[in-house]
Design a protein around this ligand. Structure first.
Ligand code: TDO
Length: 182
């Protein structure tokens, strides 16, 4: 795995190293030793997948409150997405900043989202499958979100939003104090 720093403190874009042969190729997608050397979260307790039927579908921006905060390791295994993360950690040099990453079935990039970040993505193709490991159990009482089009975040999504859950349409806007419950 090749670990690339991002503009957001502690978040990393991971390039997989393919070992090809006559059958195809092999690549490692998670390795505790390599993650430890990078200071990344090591213990993943759930693996999730989602399938989105339509191009332009948006899921986000999601996180869980501490002590249920989760690190996430995201990969798009069918189709393509733009994945966007926001650093919500007060005191971080990248507090409230975001960065966008294209993850798709061809580049096979993996995005490491640290605890204390909000996460979301928009599909760039129909019939998209995303798979991700998370370091915390799903805890509905700890679920929180930011509005994908909150002017305080200033995220520019690549496509018109075609599909959005009622829950994602209703997340609160960040108030003037910019204080965010994490
Ligand atoms: C996230 C999650 C949802 N669910 C249930 C709740 C609901 O009935 C159904 C769909 O849930 P959601 O609408 O929250 O699914 P979705 O909008 O895809 O939620 C996901 O979005 C991306 C951006 C993330 O970062 C993930 O951590 C997760 O929050 O699945 C679980 O049972 N376990 C889980 O871990």
């Amino acid at each position: 795995m090749i670990f690339h720093e991002t503009s957001l403190v502690d978040a990393k874009l991971i390039e997989l190293q393919m070992r090809g042969d006559s059958r195809g190729f092999f690549a490692r997608t998670m390795c505790k030793d390599e993650f430890k050397a990078q200071g990344m979260d090591l213990d993943y307790v759930q693996q999730n997948m989602s399938v989105s039927a339509h191009r332009g579908t948006l899921r986000g921006m999601h996180y869980q409150l501490a002590p249920n905060a989760e690190a996430k390791l995201i990969r798009c295994v069918r189709g393509a997405i733009v994945d966007i993360i926001v650093d919500l950690r007060p005191g971080s040099a990248s507090f409230l900043k975001h960065e966008a990453f294209e993850l798709n079935e061809d580049n096979k990039h993996e995005l490491y989202v640290p605890r204390g970040f909000a996460h979301g993505f928009q599909t760039l193709t129909d019939n998209v499958e995303v798979t991700y490991l998370v370091s915390g159990y799903y805890t509905p009482a700890a679920e929180r979100g930011l509005r994908y089009n909150d002017p305080k975040l200033g995220i520019s999504w690549p496509l018109e939003v075609t599909t959005l859950s009622d829950k994602d349409a209703a997340w609160p806007l960040i108030d003037d104090s910019s204080r965010i419950e994490i």
